[in-house]
Design a binder for this molecule. Sequence first.
Ligand SMILES: Cc1cc2nc3c(=O)[nH]c(=O)nc-3n(C[C@H](O)[C@H](O)[C@H](O)COP(=O)(O)O)c2cc1C
Length: 415
Amino acid sequence: MKILALVGTNANFSYNRILLQFMKKHFQQMADIEIYEISKLPAFGVDVPLSEQTEVWKLKQKVKAADGVVFSTPEYDHGIPAALKSATEWLSYHTEVLKHKPVMVVGVSYGRQASARSQVQMRQILISPDCDANLLPGNEVLIGGASRVFSKDGRLINAEMRDNLEKCFTHFIEYIQVFKNITKEEAEMPIKRPTISDAYINFPTGRLTLKEVQQIFSTIPFEIDLVDSSDRFAWYSDKPNREHVRSVASLNEPVTECHPPKAVPIVMQIINSFRDGKKDVVTRPLWMNGHRSLIQYYALRDVDGHYLGTIEFTGSVEYILNLFENGGWDQNPDATTGASKHDDAPADAAAPVADASTGASESSADDDTASPAEAAGTPAADSEDGDDATTGASESGSVDADDETADASTGASEN
Ligand SMILES: Cc1cc2nc3c(=O)[nH]c(=O)nc-3n(C[C@H](O)[C@H](O)[C@H](O)COP(=O)(O)O)c2cc1C
């Protein structure tokens, strides 16, 4: 269970931070609590350029990845501190990261009212239409007399308050579990379980069940992501051990939202070049997770050429390159003609190779099929402007966004 806990102040010394540090340790068996300092964020403003929102983007990623978020608020003039309001505005403006996210409010203040008034305000904010969080009802953690209830080493020593905190946090974990079960089922519906498992999709070249489609995408040694024509992250293949780790929480997000801000211009440049018909493919060789990988972005178009979206095709090519480097192609006959390039090739090297899916021999005399690449209709690289379209270097060189490399479909870091 992953919980993100926001320190609701930018003060260097804070009892609310001490409370969260205590909770992190005290509840370590129950949850992995990550404490976040809102002092890292710029003050909210609708005019703050995207390029200055890297920290905001990072926080949004953390909120997305968390199962629940705890807001710990002090009380300033009977309300929440301006810095906390600002942070919450970042989490609600042009983003849905808090939508249906289980959230809990706790708070510490000096006074006897124990942050009750600021907590009421925080709760109202969190259920506003733009936040739309799933707020844990009741379960008030009101810690007043801050300077007396914590020990010097940061333990909550008031037994009544500690018991109440334990009860409320346990309820929060149970509350998250309820939503997790529902959302997991809902979210997994299109990913793990095709909805109409017996139906066939009839393609011009044959028919497949939905289950077969699902499993084909899970089995091929490449992963595919789709950004649809409205620039939203629409789908990713459910392949095990993906190079880019994707989350269903990111589905349907605008592509600009799922990228580090600094990467957005390049991402949009690739997508717009596809939409405008200027390019069909951008290719990037890249080291990922310690091996050589190939990322290819393709314009997805219907048969009339209308833009449907951008697909990102990623896979390790280490195996293929090793085959090549170890002479994998040196001995075998040419699949399209059956002829061996090597007149002196050993007899067994020139023997027909069985095709496991059809049983057809690749070297039969009347075999005039195209090469696999031709047969697959691989999009032609656009070399019109002199760029190296096969490497895409000029279009999509890596983007420096705090050492994170841009991923054109979702912005996930490849490092
Ligand atoms: C600008 C300001 C206004 C405050 N207003 C209140 C208040 O209305 N009620 C209250 O109980 N404490 C108030 N306090 C005291 C805070 O409760 C106290 O500073 C508390 O320690 C703040 O939480 P923190 O230690 O996590 O920063 C105020 C403090 C500041 C700096």
